[in-house]
Ligand binder design. Sequence first.
Ligand code: GDP
Ligand code: IMO
Ligand code: MG
Length: 429
Amino acid sequence: MANVTVIGAQWGDEGKGKIVDWLAARADAVVRFQGGHNAGHTLVVGEKVYKLSLLPSGIVTGTLSIIGNGVVLDPWHLKAEIEKLEGQGVVINTENFAIAENCPLILSVHRELDVMREAAAGSGKIGTTGRGIGPAYEDKVGRRAIRVCDLAHLDALEAQLDRLCAHHDALRAGFGQPPVDREALLNELREIAPSVLQYAQPVWKRLNSVKKAGARILFEGAQGVLLDVDHGTYPFVTSSNTVSGTAASGSGLGPSATGFVLGIVKAYTTRVGSGPFPTELEDETGQRLGERGHEFGTVTGRKRRCGWFDAVLVRQSCAISGVTGIALTKVDVLDGLEKVKICTGYRLNGKVLDYFPAHAADQANVEPIYEEMDGWQGTTAGARSWADLPAQAIKYIQRVQELIETPVALVSTSPEREDTILVRDPFAD
Ligand code: GDP
Ligand code: IMO
Ligand code: MG
């Protein structure tokens, strides 16, 4: 039995959805274990494009899809996303979809607080997705969250809401906002409860029994290691742990279930939202990467910032997350460039660094040290075998794996599911 844990090794949007979809056909279960509908995972299958934020990407292949306890779940968004996918012909039922009963909920108060804080922060804002992710995680660790299982105990919900609202009323008063309308919130929760509860179960139990039966479990991370609340570019991060270890705690399986850790790595770098980005290109090349790579946020439509590949950051992400092998995506976006650059180190206050320091000011001030390589004139777009790649593109891929000290397991050459080169099968390990 071999499980696979997919995580983003940069600032998100590395192409996790495409790779999870490609692997899902050979998995028995796909599990989301952190984040929420701040994620935007795009799957392209023939003419069809699926955009998933909360549902595990395995749902498109009909693979058992599970939302683990580590996720924060907006029940209204869930309902809308299920309806949208059903409209695209995807079958979602209690056989192929389950939600952890101990999953905390994102409520309107969380979305409102997220937006109020960002507006008040002005130029110091994080650039969140505005979906209430941070405030929902705060309430979880503050032990006042409403969870999926609470929707089955409506008699106790009023008292729970009182506790939660007392906290939020104080915060809202600071923003000059009126208290939470408890009655309206209670009614909304009563109304939405059945559509969530039909999928709710002790998923730790289900996962442990499929694991015992020898199932292959595929964990689908959201965001990326550089957005991890501990290891990322704090405070410009998301509010969950995005590293591979979270697959265990966010699903109810022990750490040994993590299996092959597949880091998804874009052949260049992008970031959406504020925060340091040493290799960012604010010139024509950056513009070209954004255009060729269609670098617009799946969730918010915001333009993603683009830059050269940063081997220092990815090496750090791979080390922190124990990455076994990477899937290198969007190599085709570099097609036709005369020269390509890779960041191999930083200069800070006259010193050379081989890692990304923790302090925000140092992160903002490091100067990248580049290595330049010839680009390639042929095309990698749509390549499905190693032999289809131009020699110079192979050199680039090999240099990347050398610098990040982690082998390449897959290469992706277009958004389409099948445009994928298998170098080393993660499930076979
Ligand atoms: P995720 O959040 O990691 O799942 O990534 P997103 O779906 O937000 O962003 C990745 C984008 O790149 C999507 O539009 C994908 O369809 C697309 N994509 C994925 N792999 C490739 C690739 O190898 N080449 C190209 N050109 N696009 C890709
Ligand atoms: P996927 O799974 C890229 C970023 C936001 C912001 C920061 C905090 O598609 O890779 P949040 O709403 O989480 O509090 O925002 O994190 N962010 C992402 N960036 N891809 C994502 O997900 C992201 N999810 C959150 O832009 O900078
Ligand atoms: Mg995305």
